[in-house]
Design a protein around this ligand. Sequence first.
Ligand code: FAD
Length: 434
Amino acid sequence: MVQSIQLSNNAKIAVIGAGAAGLIAAKNLRDSGLFQVEVFEEMDTVGGTWVYQEEIASSYYFQSSMYRDLRTNLPKEIMGFLDFPFDDSFGVSSFPSHQVVLSYLMSFCKTFQLFELIRFHCVVKKISRFDYFGCHKWDLVLYDLRTQQLEQRRYDAVVICNGHYTKSFIPQIPGSDLFLRPIIHSHFYKSPEPFYKLRIAVLGAGNSGIDISYELKRVASKVSLCHKKCEMRRMLEDNLEECPTIESLDTDGKIHLADKSTLQVDLLILCTGYEYDFPFLDSSCEVFVQDRVVLPIYRHLIHAKYPTMSFVGLPLRILPFPLFDYQTRYLASIYSGKCTLPSCERMLAEQQQDLFYLDSKGSRKYYHLLAEKQWEYCRELADLADGPNLSVAVQRVYEDVSQFRKREPEKYRRRKYIIFGKGPDDWRVFEGEL
Ligand code: FAD
């Protein structure tokens, strides 16, 4: 059994958030020529994560996790949306600063006239389901930060693009109450200077953990990067060491590591990732977040029970902008009736089956982590939406940089990538500072 979720002509679609995901959602849905698309963004600009906020307590609810000196961890040559290359007109470096990524997104909006679809300073406070002769509509409560007025509006579909890098995941570490030293999450890290001459433990060696450790070692007295994959302590550089993960915290800045050794530090920085958070969805939306999984969801995108609600950008360890592009092209095909969905029962069963399998391996929390599965995922969505496929050259560059980043976390950004075709060998990499 399949179902069509075709929306009527001129159906009203609300997009929540004007970060990269919201922008490409707005473009792809608007370009179908069938819908009225409105984007709600609480800040006064587009870009979300890529808007660096100097002050931790800004006047917005949204707090970007961007830090001052961040440069991209993926080459810009593969980062861009499908119809808008992130090329050397934005600067030659393959790994530009966050300011350059923001200017790319601004330029994208200008080129495709997206600003006119966006209502800035507008916080979506609440979304609830409204049942209407067997269909579902969505009531949004909007709060205008300038006029301080609340307003309610009804939509045929909602596309949620609120990002998932703002609610810090704080692990329970035994002894935290004894520690008596500052513990901060990487979400609040802005620059290394405040950590001058301190002894710092960093927990977690994802992109942020590694990046921040290398930034800190320039000013700190010592940085100890603790993570699960490390079995034995070893010095990486003069004042930077790699350590097994943290087992417990103790009095006055003492840390017990998994290999039974200890550290004495002035500060602990948690680079332990983020949690999905949809504070504006009320219980009628029937969306749940359990163990880092959003439920019930089909293809990491569509509400399996109420398919006129969707979530763009949930997958982890991916090539974000292109994946958002594929997801929203697919959504446009579904809502315009070009593409059908399986029955609700089937979609629910599919997620349950995947989770059952992951539970048997104790790895439910990796449900949205696609990594090497992302290519098949994008190709499947591209085929369903009858759109262009992601080139193999892009995949190869992603794989190359992922490997090199692990080996040379400090040097990989000196490389320059060039892509000149779509085939597996249609790219080159050059060494050297840019
Ligand atoms: P966001 O960028 O978080 O945007 C969400 C938007 O929704 C915000 O503008 C917010 O104000 C708005 N919003 C939220 N709630 C509401 C509400 N209730 N009402 C109104 N508006 C709301 N990706 C790469 O491709 N390359 C990289 O090098 C890279 N580096 C990264 C480094 C860091 C430190 C982080 C945190 C992420 C990085 N990423 C990188 C991933 C990056 O987050 C994605 O590329 C992408 O920017 C995410 O876009 P988004 O639209 O999903 O979310």
